[in-house]
Structures are given as C-alpha cells and as structure tokens.
Design a protein around this ligand. Sequence first.
Ligand SMILES: NC(=O)c1ccc[n+]([C@@H]2O[C@H](COP(=O)([O-])OP(=O)(O)OC[C@H]3O[C@@H](n4cnc5c(N)ncnc54)[C@H](OP(=O)(O)O)[C@@H]3O)[C@@H](O)[C@H]2O)c1
Length: 182
Amino acid sequence: MAAFCLYSAYTVGSTALSWSWRLFKTFLRPGRNLFKRYQGGYVLVTLATFGLGLEYAMQFAAKGFNLVLVARNQEKLDAVKRKFKEEFGDIDIKLIVFDFDKPYTAEGYQPLKDALDQIEDISVLINNVGVFKADYFKELDFCMIKTILKVNLVPQTIMTKLLLAKLLERSKKQGKRTAKPK
Ligand SMILES: NC(=O)c1ccc[n+]([C@@H]2O[C@H](COP(=O)([O-])OP(=O)(O)OC[C@H]3O[C@@H](n4cnc5c(N)ncnc54)[C@H](OP(=O)(O)O)[C@@H]3O)[C@@H](O)[C@H]2O)c1
C-alpha cells in the first residue's frame, strides 16, 4: 500500500512538474535577447520582400540588427529598405538581387558569392529560400515537381556553404557567437 501511494505521488508530482515547465516555457519565460547573444551584426534573410522572410527581417530589424536582404526584384527590395529605414532608423541594410531558380553551378552563384564577400560581420542566416505548393501532389505537373525538389534542396545547401566559413570566422577571430549550423 505504501509503495502504491509513493508511486502515485511520484507520478502525479512529476506530471505536474513537467506540465508547469512546459507552460512556463511557452507562455511566461521571456524570449532570449538575440541582439546581446549574437552581439549585433548583420542578419541575412533570403526571400525577404514578402511573407515569412519579410516578417523575420522586420523582427530582427526591430531588435537593432543590421540586415542583408535577398530577393529577385530590386524595386521591392528598395521599398522594404525605405520602410525599415523609416521605422527602425539607424540600422544598415544591404540589398542583394538574386534569383534562386538559377542553374546550380559555381558560375550561377558567383554574383551572390561576390556580393557576400563584400559584407563583414554576418551573425545570423535565415535560410528561408524554398517553394511551397498547397496543391495535392497528384495535381502537380512534372515541371512543378522538379522546381520544388530543386528549390527546396539546393539553394539552402549552397547558402550554408557560402556563409559557413564567414560565420565560423566571426566566432573564432572575434569571439562572437553566430547562429550557424553545427
Ligand atoms: N507560406 C506558407 O504557408 C509556407 C508553408 C510551409 C513552408 N513555407 C516556406 O517558407 C518560406 C517562405 O514562404 P512564404 O510563403 O513566406 O514566401 P513566398 O511567397 O514563397 O516568397 C516570397 C518572397 O520570395 C522572393 N522570391 C520568390 N522566388 C524567388 C527566387 N527564385 N529567388 C529569389 N527570391 C525569390 C520574393 O521576392 P521577389 O518578388 O523579389 O522575387 C518574395 O520576397 C519558403 O521556403 C516556403 O517554402 C511556407
């Protein structure tokens, strides 16, 4: 009987603790201070003029990070830069026009690499590039399937490859944290 009571008390106690921890983590615990954690720097966001990319860029700008925004359309990038400058004042914003649906060759990515080589102090990569089709798979045509496979796999990997050395160097040489893949 005593063992049963002890076991029940243990089960109820550990479940209550586990749920309290979850509730605290989800609703009460304050978010990390990312600006302090990464000591500022530039946050690079791909697909940055609309949707999730635009939201990421805005959230990081609001925290005081500088930005590197990548998308296809120069006018849209300029408009986002103007808006953020008005809203967030003295942050620096660099724009890179690049189409990720390019031939995936070293030459195809050279303009992006050249642009990235000009930028020091990148601390976070938001590797947001990808395509999403809500249609049923059976309704997708061959061309769309090919695009989804290509664009959802290759550019993220190349972006990681292009930036990893820079991110590691920031940690190693300047002793600053970076949000990098392991
Ligand atoms: N929205 C969703 O419900 C959902 C669900 C699951 C996953 N996702 C993923 O989340 C990410 C963002 O999706 P989203 O729906 O927020 O945005 P989105 O509508 O897919 O993307 C819009 C942004 O991407 C840029 N863009 C589009 N194609 C590009 C290309 N080939 N090269 C460079 N830039 C390009 C556009 O800029 P320009 O006009 O300048 O080209 C614009 O800034 C994607 O990886 C998507 O697969 C989204």
